[in-house]
Design a protein around this ligand. Structure first.
Ligand SMILES: NC(=O)C1=CN([C@@H]2O[C@H](COP(=O)(O)OP(=O)(O)OC[C@H]3O[C@@H](n4cnc5c(N)ncnc54)[C@H](OP(=O)(O)O)[C@@H]3O)[C@@H](O)[C@H]2O)C=CC1
Ligand SMILES: O=C(O)C1=N[C@H](C(=O)O)C[C@H](O)C1
Length: 233
């Protein structure tokens, strides 16, 4: 498979290694300085770039009929517009705030736990995410997906960074050098705490998930999620 990498930073480089080990060819490494892109020579694009660049990269690929795997976080204000462009152009798209198998299982666990906690008003929930200090967006995309999973299954109506009013979920974002990504969902009562935690030890899980999604999407049309790719839920 011919893969174009939009964004050749920490994740782009890790995806290159894993894709080549699985027999794929990297045909383009598109970065902030790239002047011209040859869209005719790629089977699939994988975008791990920057919040300000993701929407433009993704929609350019759609215009050229190239399916897109998007891992960039922090651009969700344009998400619905991207979905509409995908449908209009007859292209194919997967966005995931986190491509690792472990986190996608964690997302399922989070929703299952939220359903059980719905009636237990003595517990208050919060989410903590810890990432490396180069991270541009806050809270993390993964923390937002976790919050959305709780909101869909309880009476919580929204989330806020740091302090949140009653009925909304506080998300605490910490930045610590060299931390690939740790997410905790905490239910606190006066008598105890129930916590679920996912800790990434490195970036390999994110990159492998993105390459597996790219292998899966070629030849398909429409908007999909990692649940489709991994047959979860
Ligand atoms: N969904 C998931 O599983 C995961 C998502 N992520 C997300 O992926 C994104 C990238 O993460 P990471 O690799 O760590 O970040 P890096 O900062 O290491 O890499 C981002 C790269 O994008 C480049 N870039 C800037 N502008 C453009 C542009 N217009 N087109 C293409 N590339 C551009 C940057 O170039 P330059 O440095 O020259 O500006 C840089 O090389 C982040 O949003 C992060 O949150 C990260 C890990 C897992
Ligand atoms: O920027 C990162 O590094 C990561 N970003 C994603 C996010 O915002 O959730 C996924 C992962 O946690 C690493």
């Amino acid at each position: 498979m011919k893969i174009a990498l939009f964004g050749y930073g920490k994740m782009g480089k890790m995806i290159e290694q894993i894709a080549e080990n699985r027999g794929h060819e990297i045909v383009a490494k598109i970065d902030v300085d790239t002047v011209e892109v040859d869209f005719s020579n790629m089977d699939v694009a994988i975008d791990f770039s920057m919040p300000s660049a993701a929407f433009g990269n993704i929609t350019q690929c759609f215009e050229h009929g190239v399916p897109v795997i998007s891992g960039t976080t922090g651009w969700l204000q344009d998400f619905n517009k991207a979905l509409a462009r995908c449908e209009e152009t007859g292209s194919a798209f997967i966005y995931a705030s986190n491509f690792s198998l472990g986190v996608n299982i964690f997302f399922e666990l989070n929703e299952y736990l939220a359903k059980m906690m719905r009636q237990l008003k003595q517990y208050n929930v919060d989410i903590e995410e810890i990432h490396h200090t180069q991270k541009l967006d806050s809270p993390s995309g993964t923390a937002i997906t976790l919050a959305e999973g709780i909101i869909a299954n309880t009476d919580y109506t929204g989330w806020k960074l740091d302090e949140a009013p009653k009925g909304e979920i506080p998300i605490i974002a910490r930045r610590i050098a060299d931390t690939p990504g740790t997410h905790t969902v905490n239910y606190e009562s006066e008598v105890d705490t129930i916590a679920i935690v996912h800790t990434a030890h490195n970036r390999q899980g994110f990159a492998l998930g993105a390459v597996i999604a790219a292998e899966w999407i070629v030849g398909k049309k429409g908007v999909f999620t990692m649940k489709d790719v991994l047959n979860l839920g």
